[in-house]
Design a protein around this ligand. Structure first.
Ligand code: KIV
Ligand code: ZN
Length: 534
């Protein structure tokens, strides 16, 4: 049925001082190699985005795989406030599949795109006129399905100005309601970003009927500045991701543009609908499920963003917090007190602390977490916020019904190699035991896993981070594996680095097993074959 005949709310044009936030963590973010999320994780992140006031959630790329399709449709069904958008290339098959997934939403959107710069036009081998016709046909087709259509000329910032004006006009006439101007390769700079949007609004007939969006990549570290400049130029939708997740150097970070507009509203008089107190929690969750840790000095959400170590700073802060702070930690959902927990802390204190960190647990969940917390507190004198976040991440990894599970591990180390790992691992519910050697304890452990469960996956990344300070600190281990173009990341935390490594390795393997056979023939799960636009 044509959507114009339904009673769905059409997206009203927002007031001029309102900037819409379009989050693409689950599409552009998840597309970055290794950032794969499970179905449940995608649903959880979408729920948090909806709750924090994101206007439009780009939930995935439905044609890319059965898994993507299923996730987008579920997110659409569960959506409460946000518009749910899916991505589609410029062909009817992609658009139809996208509509099948998003149509369940209270407010659905189809986002269709094609590369319009000379370099991108060469890929499907279309000349300017042929591409213009393709844009007309595909946007018309999409608009016949749904009344909320976003169209993007990919690599817009390297497209000839006259051609960009021509195709934007065609898309508007064919029924696009949002025109997104992507800086696909992170090439533009702030002044140019503003001028480009301004030029399009001035020159293209019908431009004042639609919303212009900005979609910036961070290759030159200018994504946030470019997005804000585009708003100066007249854009009223910013496309962004939590923690700036995304391919290569990532996308504009949601938390940065939102807080910049809030803190510097005196010179940037636009506002968003985001509840900024939810920022820290979602940032932690995205870092956990994507396996992409947030750098310590990252703006807004980095561990050090509100830390004042130097004596001069601490002295100033004690006298007046505004001496060195332009926003309060509580503005982004950081509690002012980092109450340390320990083995004498009770269940109620743990529940309150976890709630503060964004984990609202049912009684039976709290019971399991409490057991783990006590075990951790026995090994570690002081349990900090970051320890609890790591513990919750481990808990949710263990709750997945995984095929492989570490049961017992004993490693013998010493100055004389090789090291030996004695491992018991359950495979599909049955325990298996083996001893293996290796060049170091981690290598011996990984060899033992491989001896018990043969696979051809290649280890792409192995990373260890101390969660807190001290020699009793938990180690968070991230492992990224690749098998026939499919990539999966596993994570785990433990006070024993080797145990954390073993669990992270097995976690990545489990995720690869889930991904096996999920992709539709002809479609790479992560990469997009831009060639196939027909
Ligand atoms: O960066 C880009 O051009 C994109 C498009 C699909 C909008 O992500
Ligand atoms: Zn992008």
């Amino acid at each position: 049925m044509n959507d114009h005949e339904t009673d769905r709310p059409a997206m009203p044009k927002p007031p001029r001082d309102r900037v819409l936030i379009f989050d693409t963590t689950l599409r552009d973010g998840e597309q970055s190699p290794g950032a794969t999320m499970t179905h449940d994780e995608k649903l959880e992140i979408a729920g948090l985005l909806d709750e924090m006031g994101v206007d439009i959630i780009e939930a995935g790329f439905p044609i890319a795989s059965e898994g993507d399709f299923h996730a987008v449709s579920e997110i659409a069904k569960l959506s409460r406030n946000s518009v749910i958008c899916g991505l589609a290339r410029a062909n009817f098959k992609d658009i139809d599949r996208c509509w099948e997934a998003v149509k369940h939403a209270r407010a659905p959107r189809i986002h269709t795109f094609i590369g319009t710069s000379p370099l991108h036009r060469a890929i499907p081998n279309l000349d300017r006129d042929q591409m213009a016709e393709r844009i007309h046909d595909t946007v018309t087709h999409a608009r016949n399905l749904c009344d909320n259509i976003q169209w993007s000329p990919m690599d817009a910032t390297r497209t000839e100005e006259d051609y960009l004006c021509r195709v934007v006009e065609i898309a508007i006439k064919a029924g696009a309601t949002t025109i997104n101007i992507p800086d696909t390769v992170g090439y533009t700079a702030p002044r140019e970003s503003a001028d480009l949007i301004r030029m399009l609004i001035e020159k293209v007939p019908g431009a004042d009927e639609v919303i212009f969006a900005t979609h910036c990549h961070n290759d030159l570290g200018m994504a946030t500045a470019n997005a804000l400049a585009a708003v100066e130029g007249g854009a009223r939708q910013i496309e962004c991701t939590i923690n700036g997740l995304g391919e290569r150097a990532g996308n504009t970070a949601l938390e940065e543009v939102v807080m910049a507009l809030k803190v510097r509203n005196d010179i940037m008089p636009w506002h968003t609908g985001i509840d900024t107190t939810k920022i820290m929690n979602i940032s932690r969750r995205v870092a956990a499920v994507s396996g992409f840790a947030v750098q310590f000095n990252k703006a807004i959400v980095g561990k050090n963003a509100f830390a004042h170590e130097s004596g001069i700073h601490q002295d100033g802060m004690l006298k007046n917090a505004e001496t060195f702070e332009i926003m309060r930690p509580s503005d982004v959902g950081l509690s002012d007190t980092n109450l340390v927990m320990g083995k004498h802390s009770g269940r109620a204190a743990l529940r309150a602390k976890l709630k503060d960190l964004g984990f609202d647990l049912a009684d039976n969940q709290l019971k399991d977490v409490f057991v783990r917390f006590k075990a951790l507190a026995d090994r570690k004198k002081e349990v900090y916020d970051d320890d609890l976040v790591a513990l919750m991440r481990d808990q949710s990894a263990d709750e997945q019904s995984d095929r492989l599970q570490i049961k017992k591990l004993r490693v013998v180390c010493g100055t004389e190699g090789p090291q030996t790992a004695d491992l018991t691992m359950s495979i599909d519910g049955k325990d298996h035991q083996i001893e293996a050697t290796g060049d170091g304890p981690v290598d011996a452990t990984f060899n033992a896993v491989k001896a018990l469960f043969q696979h051809n996956a290649r280890l792409q990344l192995y990373q260890v981070h101390a969660v807190t300070e001290g020699t009793d600190a938990q180690a968070t281990v991230s492992v990224r594996m690749e098998e026939e173009g499919r990539i999966a990341t596993g994570q785990s935390a433990d006070t024993d680095t080797v145990v954390a490594s073993a669990k992270a390795y097995v976690n990545a393997l489990n995720r690869l097993l889930v991904r096996r056979g999920q992709a539709e023939p002809g479609y790479d799960v992560k990469g997009v074959s831009y060639k196939d636009v027909g």
